[in-house]
Design a protein around this ligand. Sequence first.
Ligand code: GAR
Length: 215
Amino acid sequence: MLKIGVLASGRGSNFQALIDSLESGKINAEIGLLIVDNQNAYAIERAKKHSIEYLYIDPSNYPTKNEYYTEVANQFKKRDVELVVLAGFMRVVKKPLIDAYPNKIMNIHPALLPSFPGLHGQKDAVDYGVRISGCTVHFIDEGIDSGPIIIQAAVPVSFEDNEEILSQRILELEHKIYPEAVKLYSEGRLKIEGRRVRVLNFKLPDERIINPQIV
Ligand code: GAR
């Protein structure tokens, strides 16, 4: 069974959506370890509640980012983690972890990439005045939110929206597409071709989920 490692920094609602999909049997996989970079992350409470092992690894204890990510990779490897899922992890992952898990690290971003990468995807979309935004699940590479896209989902944006309202609207879809992407991975249905991802036998689970590689 696929073993997943999760990295989170905060609330962990995407982590919870993943837990729920595993527990309901929607995805045939297990979570081997949660690593947080913030000791107050609510994701820890979720791990405790579901008897998932967790570690707080404090970045300030490591002289360099490379040493930090070497330790993160070692902890995942020790537990035979095969896929790493970033669930609201607010740092840019560095080479040692990427090299340990090539094309095996997923991220969710609250915007339709390549628009609005970075830490404030929802606010940037509101401020720019776009009429459609959404969320993106992608594999990570060494850039910021720049790796091959797996699934995207779109939501409308109105003039009255603010960052908070739009974030909530997007989050509902994040909780659908992230487990969906992990499910596809667990079934061996994601094939990276250059910077594009082919999804084998893909059926749209939700009319708002757009996958330009397929349709
Ligand atoms: C989510 O909206 C996620 O897309 C975003 O942070 C939130 C975490 O929520 N991630 C990023 O902005 C990454 N750059 P959660 O902790 O409840 O899953």
